[in-house]
Design a protein around this ligand. Structure first.
Ligand code: CAA
Length: 378
């Protein structure tokens, strides 16, 4: 079996690669200083990247799923920050409305999200409900034709910048995961409070905030899916989201490998390039092999998704392996650079900091192993 991209997919790769090199690369320093890349999002919107897989009837580019994965992969080679902003906006910010929304909800929100006028966010995690995502303390109580939501969320990517938030709350705490419901919440909803920004190890420029809901009133027509269907909506979209994060991790690993190989060819010690010395050459060979294996897993999961086949297990395998590869390859890339790799002068230091979170968000590596093993024994 060969990994072969269609002409359209190759054009997508070239377009995104050119954009990343010409527009994102010069902006990386500003993101490293903490600036949220609004300008870049506007440019990505012009290229149709904010709604890659969204059907044309809802204002999207209507490209296939692997094209979306290619875009995340290419963007993340230059900036993992841009990769996560787009991945969260699309996989868990827009798709829940597209796949579970009423026609009215789709018409109201999806064209704005797909055009980049709106940015999306996803609010599942709470201080006491991370991996145990069904154990939500945020509650939604129906009163007449609206729900009153109280509670708090943490680690919300795109928080404070987003226009729409997919919020998960319990409408029936006694029912556990079957009592979770999903809501589309607009940014200006009274009672929605943006809390503190997390000061993260990496992914500078991407905002990650806490949110509080205080008697936040959400009209009942903002309920997404049926009452009690929220957990399935979260899980189904995370299945697909995890392929996006795997593609982001792959991008970081590829960039780290490329930087290490380049440096190893240039840096001379003991009278010859370090790449010509077996200790380093074997290191590069191992890094390249892991990257190739991660690539196959990522695009295999994307292909299954594109064909409408079950892909939860393969998405988890792709995320598990690609994130492990990103961390290991980034560590080795720093090692290849020696002392210089430990300075901010070289991008490998950023890759190293950005890689770690891919083993944590959208389900930790331990959760991916749970998902994979559950599928094996079911
Ligand atoms: N698709 C559809 N339904 C699913 C599903 C899926 N992938 N996985 C589970 N469900 C359904 C089950 O079928 C079950 O329903 P039935 O009883 O009707 O069959 C129900 O959901 C409960 O399933 P489980 O008993 O398996 O649920 P659980 O409580 O044991 O949890 C879990 C399973 C895999 C551990 C899940 O809690 C999980 O994925 N946790 C990690 C959460 C996570 O990924 N958080 C990421 C936050 S978002 C983020 O990080 C975004 C960002 O900002 C970057």
């Amino acid at each position: 079996m060969e990994l072969r991209f269609s002409e359209e997919q190759q054009m997508m790769r070239k377009m995104v690669r050119d954009f990343a090199e010409s527009e994102i690369a010069p902006f990386v320093e500003r993101m490293e200083m903490g600036e949220f890349p609004r300008e870049l999002i506007a440019k990505m919107a012009e290229l149709g990247l904010m709604g890659i897989t969204v059907p044309e009837q809802y204002g999207g580019s209507e490209m296939d799923f692997p094209s979306y994965i290619i875009a995340i992969n290419e963007l993340s080679k230059v900036s993992a920050t841009i990769g996560v902003i787009l991945s969260v906006h699309t996989s868990v910010g827009t798709n829940p409305i597209l796949y579970f929304g009423t026609e009215e909800q789709k018409r109201k929100y999806v064209p704005k999200l797909a055009s980049g006028e709106y940015l999306g966010a996803f609010c599942l995690t709470e201080p006491g409900a991370g991996s145990d995502a069904a154990n939500l303390k945020t509650k939604a109580v129906k009163q007449g034709d609206y729900y009153t939501i109280n509670g708090s969320k943490v680690f919300i990517t795109n928080g404070g910048e987003a226009d729409t938030y997919i919020v998960f709350a319990s409408t029936n705490p006694a029912a556990g995961s079957k009592g979770v419901s999903a809501f589309i919440v607009e940014k200006d909803t009274p009672g929605l409070m943006i809390g503190k920004d997390e000061h993260k190890m990496g992914l500078y420029g991407s905002r990650t905030v806490q949110l509080t809901f205080e008697d936040m009133k959400v009209p009942q027509d903002q309920l997404l899916g049926r009452e009690g269907e929220g957990f399935k909506i979260a899980m189904a979209n995370l299945d697909v989201g995890r392929i996006g994060i795997a593609a982001q991790a792959l991008g970081i690993a590829e960039a780290a490998l490329e930087a290490a190989a380049q440096y190893a060819k240039e840096r001379k010690q003991f009278g010859k390039p370090i790449a010509a010395q077996q200790g380093l050459a074997f290191k590069l060979a191992d890094m390249a092999t892991s990257v190739e294996a991660a690539k196959l897993l990522v695009y295999r999961a994307a292909d299954l998704r594109a064909k409408g086949l079950p892909c939860g297990k393969e998405a988890s395998m792709a995320k598990l392996y690609a994130s492990k590869t990103a961390v290991e390859v980034a560590i080795e890339a720093v090692q290849v650079h020696g002392g210089y790799g430990y300075t901010k002068e070289y991008a490998v230091e950023r890759f190293f900091r950005d890689a770690k979170v891919t083993e944590i968000y959208e389900g930790t590596s331990e959760i991916q192993r749970m998902v994979i093993s559950k599928q094996l024994i079911k």
